[in-house]
Design a protein around this ligand. Structure first.
Ligand code: G4P
Length: 511
């Protein structure tokens, strides 16, 4: 690999509200890009695949994606790493973390619905990290809202400059294709299914109203500006239909041309750029093996710098001593499956038995610490009620494992024996109960806890001691032994903050 191999990487995610068409678009990107293999399929073969645990069933029943995966494809010398984010709003924590591992995002919007709540929430996470966004307005083969209304809504609701790069020639029954501004050609529907099958026409005479609007779209909105896009201040907007294959190639080309190669990552006061020789990366996700009989996990590392080679030794920050990475899962495009290296921007799956945790940095020198991978204050807290009291040890192990995976957060109260789990979405609780039973043979029920939220408390040792002695009934330790204040209400948090100005009450914890 050349020292600049990372320049050919595009690591991105798709953000959208459920039903906007993320799954359909993902499939089409992979088909057009000439696919790959899916991360979830790597380990699960034959019997193992059939023995998927109950939480996979939840996934099937509800028709939602609980697990993220990594999909890689190559086109015209560019390697695309698409990180799938669970679309369901209940799984936001996992989604947020995945967004820390990408360099850019595609925002998919349903042409009939515009900006929806989940789109907006995810957009805000991207904005926090200045992740550049390309917008794809989907389903233009159906009746949608007027184009200008959609463009203005994106601009107003997200406080973002919009720069249209295409225009749908009619929508719904009137749909006659999509005009691409860069080439001036119209992608045309063909056959009874009215799909795009590669027919593009130049010099098309557009219906008068459409021609007028196209002109307006080109002069009435800011021109595309690469710096503004990469700073997260402007979004180029494409129109298409994932279902009928319109706009998919244009989208891939836009990512190849405009989306940033691996960006430097924050590491305390410093940043680490992809050109650094040393191999570094951070774990943004840990996933249990699909096979419930095996305890091993796959940690997903976003590589930040260097050229990784199979068998290399890296030191996880949480462990302090090096581990040899002999059987990494490298998510290569098909023609490179035998390759043994990975570059900055790539994702490496590392099988392990619980040594690697979300937020860990891996590096050759153990001198780098990536920052900015938050734990979020849980919004739902429950007490875990064990049906068989002899299983306490198994329960503790299970809760530790699952919190390490980021499925739940666990709090061990300073007083009392009942452990508390915290989540940011209801669905995580269902996953918890079913995985406890399927994988750990622990039958447990969850009951209401008298707390509404939690805050990590830090500050001067003396002030902390005093606070602890007064509030023991509302204090717990998290899995790392860090002090957590369990609040009965948001008001309670405010009250303690006011009363203890020398202490910090944090809604997120960075590891
Ligand atoms: P998601 O992952 O964002 O949740 O969306 P998904 O791709 O599953 O798409 C949701 C529904 O929208 C699907 O219909 C899908 O076929 C449809 N869809 C996606 N892209 C387009 C498009 O470009 N045009 C049209 N007309 N439809 C599109 P479905 O499977 O029938 O689901 P449902 O209708 O039963 O909810």
């Amino acid at each position: 690999m050349t020292p600049t191999a990372h320049n050919s990487r595009r690591t991105f995610a798709i953000i959208s509200h459920p039903d906007a068409g993320k799954t359909t678009l993902t499939e089409k990107l992979l088909l057009t890009g000439g696919a790959i293999h899916l991360a979830g399929e790597v380990k699960a073969r034959g019997a193992a695949r059939r023995a998927r645990s109950d939480w996979m069933k939840i996934e099937q029943q509800r028709g939602i994606s609980v697990t993220s995966s990594v999909m890689t494809f190559e086109r015209d010398g560019i390697t695309f790493n698409l990180l799938d984010t669970p679309g369901h709003e209940d799984f936001s924590e996992d989604t947020y973390r995945t967004l820390t591992a990408v360099d850019s995002a595609i925002m998919v919007i349903d042409a009939a619905k515009g900006i929806e709540p989940q789109t907006r929430k995810l957009f805000e996470v991207c904005r926090l990290r200045s992740v550049p966004i390309i917008t794809f307005v989907n389903k233009v083969d159906r009746e949608g809202r007027p184009v200008f209304e959609l463009l203005d809504e994106i601009a107003d609701m997200l406080a973002l400059d919009v720069s249209p790069q295409a225009y749908p020639v009619g929508m719904g029954g009137e749909f006659q294709g999509v005009l691409d501004f860069a080439t001036g050609r119209v992608a045309r529907p063909e056959g009874p299914s009215k799909e795009f099958k590669g027919k593009r026409e130049a010099d098309v005479e557009l219906p008068e109203k459409v021609a007028e609007n196209v002109e307006l779209a080109q002069i009435g909105y800011p021109e595309f500006d690469l710096d503004a896009y990469r700073n997260g201040d402007l979004t180029p907007v494409y129109f298409g239909s994932a279902l009928k294959n319109f706009g998919v190639t244009e989208l891939i080309e836009a990512i190849a041309e405009f989306a940033p190669p691996p960006r430097p990552q924050p590491a305390g006061e410093d940043t680490v750029g992809p050109e650094r020789d040393e191999v570094t990366g951070f774990i943004f996700k840990v996933q249990a093996n699909m096979d419930p009989n095996h305890r091993d996990r796959i940690a997903f590392m976003r590589q930040v710098s260097g050229t990784f080679k199979r068998g290399m030794k890296l030191t996880p920050s949480g462990l302090g001593k090096p581990i040899a990475i002999h059987s990494p899962i490298l998510f290569f495009a098909q023609d490179r499956e035998l390759a043994d290296t990975a570059e900055a921007g790539d994702i490496i799956g590392i099988p392990n038995h619980g040594t690697l945790r979300v937020g860990d940095t891996l590096s050759e020198t153990n001198k780098v610490r990536f920052t900015g991978l938050p734990n979020f204050a849980p919004e739902i807290l429950r007490r875990v009620q064990l049906r068989d009291p002899t299983k306490t040890k198994q329960l503790r192990k299970a809760l530790d494992d699952l919190s390490e995976e980021g499925v739940i957060q666990v709090f061990y109260p300073e007083i009392g024996a009942q452990w508390i789990v915290g989540v940011v979405g209801q669905l995580q609780l269902d996953v918890l109960v079913s995985r406890l039973s399927a994988e750990y043979k622990v039958e447990a029920a969850l009951e209401a806890a008298p707390f509404a939220t939690a805050r990590w408390v830090s500050g001067d040792a003396k002030a902390l001691d005093q606070f602890e002695s007064f509030n023991r009934a509302n204090l717990a330790k998290d899995r790392d032994g860090d002090l957590v204040f369990m609040a009965k209400s948001p008001w309670d948090v405010g009250y303690q903050e006011e009363k203890n100005p020398e202490l910090k009450f944090s809604a997120t914890k960075e590891r």
